[in-house]
Design a protein around this ligand. Sequence first.
Ligand code: ZN
Ligand code: ZN
Length: 269
Amino acid sequence: MKRGEKMKIEVSVLASGSSGNAIFISGGKTKILIDAGLSGKEIEKRLAKIGVYGDELDAIVVTHEHLDHIKGVGVLSRRYDLPVYANEPTWKGAEKQLGQIADKNCRFFKGDFMIGDLGISPFPVPHDANAPVGFIISCGNRRIGQATDMGYVTEEVEDCLKGLDFLVIESNHDLEMLMNGSYPWPLKKRIHGENGHLSNDDTADLLPRIIGDNFPRILLAHLSKDNNIPALAYITVKNSLEDHGFTIGKDLLLDIAYRDRPTELFKVG
Ligand SMILES: [Zn+2]
Ligand SMILES: [Zn+2]
């Protein structure tokens, strides 16, 4: 496939949040998962809901070794003979949980790489794991971003996320709910800290700076069950966008990814 050539690209967030994360991306002839943080069985169930079967997958790409991102990776790799792509420190951190994975399916990335028709560009995110990353996935002239599990938005992250066609971005907690909630203080500090998670306000601040004029779809993701409410995340982001002159439905589309069910299979472009 040549750059710029029309290719069908589809995305569904199968699960999002501390109980498990997985994103299905299909571009051209290639189908991958970013993370597989539910049991293998549950991932298969959710894939089936969007009409995809495990044996159609080409690979799993891993952001970092936290269990909510890798729980089903080992099982799926063994069941469908799937290559798993992660950077070396993530492999080290994930080894025990993943179990035996065939040597040929252990793929290490450093910089950008290709899986079939998809270009994959990892970028570092500040989070309390060995070497956590987000990804830009490109297919033809379309670009999809995945950026969850980060304590704050670095300049590099902000540059990477500019002008994308589709973005899955963390909107983890409402700061007031977190601080007034029942979590123990060290956990509150961890979530709020530089290597924790983005708040609704963080994301609300970021989005007006990175949205281009290409009518992108933004999906708020990794929402906390205890320290957030989907409607609150949505309205916080919406208000900020409107303050900066953006209208949802005219300049962009805004949706929320769920913890307990897949989103629809969105068409990109
Ligand atoms: Zn996570
Ligand atoms: Zn994490």
